[in-house]
Design a protein around this ligand. Structure first.
Ligand code: TPP
Ligand code: MG
Length: 356
């Protein structure tokens, strides 16, 4: 029987785990300022995560999901977007939000249970954190459809995890995007785990990138612990989508070095040896090794960066803790243009109780 179709999936990597170069770097890597800004963003995110966990452990923050080990994914993606592009993040994409101008105290507010955190300082057209797994994918396809109808040269960037790739929402969104050649980039942060479910129980595919083939567009696998590779893949995919070439799919292969969230204890379902081995690949030490070898970065820079991050984080925490909670009756405020009588009564009751 004749072969009627053949497909291939490419893997992109530039920096080896020890910071040496595996293949010629993309053009942007000659811009030391850009590489350093990616490095700074990843370090800020890691230190901010540490502080957020400390706040949660001392009862001053709700559940929180760290990006430990996968900082390069959200930072690399966001760095290739334009302000007018639209970000549709999951709950683990703080790196992208911060890059796009969301304040640290706004992120803390949201995870502290205050919806005002979603009314953030990033682009107003960006979407809020999405906690229901994969449900941002159909939203993203809808956004991209609107951008195409309006003939606006903007791109929707949708981030989700490996677990989300088993959801109908993600397949449906990808299929729709392929049919209509929408300006959208789907990015899966394949961190090998969906809470306690390992990748081998998520799919029997060799790659997640190949899932794009069924939707009729290109899927690429990228070393998601190599921020240079993430940025390069993002640049190409965002440019293709902006230039009318339709959707792209990026599988960022990385590893979740931390617990799923502060409500999880990963030591109950995976070995310390597995985690230890993966620490050798993590993105921050990798880029630092490259920058130091190129004499772009040194010990004094590292110390200055640590103290700058520390000050910025502490100031944000102070502003967060000083924010007075909303009055409970405000929970009714954005439900209806005209609040039905039954809710108006409840609102009044709560307001009264609160004053009492
Ligand atoms: C629709 C839905 N089902 C279940 C959950 C509970 N849940 C929260 S995170 C998660 C795992 C998601 O894993 P993955 O997509 O790999 O993202 P990661 O947490 O690894 O970033 C699950 C099942 C949820 N939030 N939403
Ligand atoms: Mg995952």
């Amino acid at each position: 029987m004749p072969v009627i179709a053949r497909f291939e999936v490419r893997h992109r990597n530039y920096l080896a785990p020890n910071g040496s170069i595996n293949r010629p770097l993309p053009a942007f890597a000659s811009d030391a300022d850009l590489l350093i800004s990616l490095y700074r963003a990843m370090v800020l995110l890691r230190l901010f995560d540490q502080k957020a966990v400390a706040l949660q452990r001392t009862g001053r923050l709700g559940t929180y999901a760290v990006s430990l080990g996968q900082e390069a994914v959200s930072v690399g993606m966001a760095s290739a977007m334009r302000e007018e592009d639209v970000l549709l993040p999951s709950y683990r994409d703080n790196g992208a939000l911060i890059w796009r101008g969301v304040k640290l105290e706004e992120i803390l507010l949201f995870w502290g249970g205050d919806e005002r955190g979603n009314c953030f300082s990033g682009p107003v057209h960006d979407f809020p954190f999405c906690v229901p797994v994969g449900s941002q994918a159909p939203h993203a396809a809808g956004v991209a459809y609107a951008l195409k109808l309006r003939k606006e040269p903007r791109v929707a960037v949708c981030l989700f995890g490996d677990g989300a790739t088993s959801k109908g929402d993600v397949y449906e969104a990808m299929n729709f995007a392929g049919v209509h050649k929408l300006p959208i980039v789907f990015v899966v942060a394949n961190n090998q785990w969906a809470i306690s479910v390992p990748l081998r129980l998520q799919t029997s595919c060799e790659t997640l990138a190949q899932k794009a083939i069924a939707a009729g567009f290109t899927g690429e696998q990228v070393d998601g612990s190599d921020v240079v590779a993430m940025r390069a893949a993002a640049e190409e995919a965002v440019a293709a989508a902006r230039n009318g070439k339709g959707p792209r799919f990026i599988e960022a292969v990385t590893y979740r070095l931390g617990d799923h969230t502060t409500s999880d204890d990963a030591s109950r379902y995976r070995s310390a040896d597995e985690v230890q081995a993966r620490w050798k690949e993590e993105p921050i030490a990798r880029l630092r090794a490259y920058l130091v070898a190129q004499k772009m970065w040194g010990k004094a820079d590292e110390e200055r960066l640590a103290s700058e991050c520390h000050e910025r984080i502490e100031a944000a925490v102070e502003r967060y803790l000083a924010t007075a909670p909303r009055r409970p009756e405000t929970m009714f405020d954005h439900l209806y243009a005209d609040l039905p009588e039954v809710y108006a009564a409840q609102r009044g009751e709560l307001a009264g109780e609160h004053d009492a």
